[in-house]
Design a protein around this ligand. Structure first.
Ligand code: PLP
Length: 347
């Protein structure tokens, strides 16, 4: 196997913790969590593992600026800006829509770290027209930077290209070594399925390192990216690494449906009562905080499935992929106040 090299954007070798209280609560097997929320840089999260390889590539090829895409609360955007700063690069984050009056959550951190955040208004455009318009704006930005002697590396949304997915293929190696050391025989690894890079890398890693556990993806978008795209990404990585493995649809286990996914809530970045209750359960049993856009939905899916005996008598490892700043956004704080405000006393 060819190997990609990395820089250390965040910390790898994150701990695996036993969730004793939750395991007792469900009483259907042992539940563990891999703390990729503790990767360190700028509040951590899964994107640092991807950026380790993406930024190494940028440095090796003399790029001076990272340009990436996402929603206003993109964790990938925040960590791309953070990683760029750490390695002396500039950063541009392109966001669809209108600049909000209040810079909440990730956006506040983006500007604190001096990332250049550019909103491109989508009002009045059809989806197709908007894509064209956005591309024109981005092309102009890149052209302008080239004239300033900058070299701009475009990174897809979520850092979900082959280099990024490799970060999670390597995470499998870490999980295999750590669980062997601790004598844990895992049956399932459960993660959020968003722009797919994390899941694609984990699935290829599981196949390559011949794990005994199956990787389960829980979509966080009600209309998830097609499984075929995920297979394509995993195989693109396998090809770049020159390994003789083909990932097929049969290797994927994406639960909750590829249309109207049951665990993804009403929309991207929006919760419902069930998702929030799952977040409160984790907070109250284990004092581990989940985020409303990704890990809260992953854990809601897990709690629903375990209640239906899906994971009975199994050892399950949940992947905490971070996302804390996204919790501190007005709409989510309002929901928490609505749900739990009565618990706060005033004398
Ligand atoms: C906190 C968090 N968890 C999970 C994910 C999903 O990872 P992926 O986009 O690689 O599927 C993301 C992606 O943005 C994220 O920010």
């Amino acid at each position: 196997m060819e190997e990609f090299t990395r820089v250390e954007v965040g910390r790898i070798n994150t701990p695996i913790e036993y969730l004793e209280n939750l395991s007792k609560y469900f009483n259907k097997g042992d539940i563990f969590i891999k703390r990729d929320d503790l990767t360190g840089l700028a509040m951590g999260g899964n994107k640092t593992r991807k950026l380790d390889y993406i930024i190494k590539y940028a440095l090796d090829h003399n790029y001076t600026t990272l340009l990436t895409y996402g929603a206003a609360q993109t964790n990938h955007g925040r960590l791309s800006i953070a990683g760029a700063n750490k390695f002396g690069l500039k950063s541009i984050l392109v966001v669809e829509g209108k600049k909000p009056p209040l810079l909440e959550g990730n956006l506040a951190l983006d500007v604190m770290m001096d990332g250049e955040v550019i909103f491109i208004d989508n009002e009045g455009y059809s989806e197709e027209e908007y894509l064209k318009h956005k591309q024109e704006v981005v092309d102009n930005i890149i052209y302008e930077r080239i004239q300033q002697n900058e070299k701009v590396l475009e990174i897809p949304m979520g850092g979900s290209n082959a280099l990024g997915a490799y970060g999670y293929m390597q995470c499998i190696k870490e999980i295999v070594m750590d669980t062997k050391w601790d004598d844990i025989n895992l049956d399932y690894l459960v993660c959020a399925y968003g722009s797919m890079g994390t899941y694609a890398g984990l699935v290829l890693g599981a196949k390559y390192y011949k794990t005994d556990f199956v990787v389960v993806g829980i979509p966080v978008f009600p209309e998830p990216f097609p499984a075929e795209d995920c297979v394509k990404l995993a195989n693109e990585l396998a090809q770049e690494l020159d390994i003789d493995i083909e990932v097929t649809l049969d290797d994927l286990l994406i639960l909750g449906g590829m249309s109207n996914n049951k665990y993804a809530g009403p929309a991207y970045g929006e919760t419902n009562q069930e998702i929030r209750d799952a977040m409160y359960l984790m907070a109250q049993k284990e004092s581990i905080i989940l985020d409303p856009a990704y890990t809260g939905k992953m854990f809601y899916g897990f709690t629903s499935l375990i209640k239906e005996n899906y994971f009975s008598n199994s050892n399950v490892l949940l992947l905490h992929t971070g996302g804390y700043p996204g919790l501190f956004v007005d709409k989510h704080i309002k929901n928490i106040t609505k749900d739990l405000g009565h618990k706060v006393k005033q004398f």
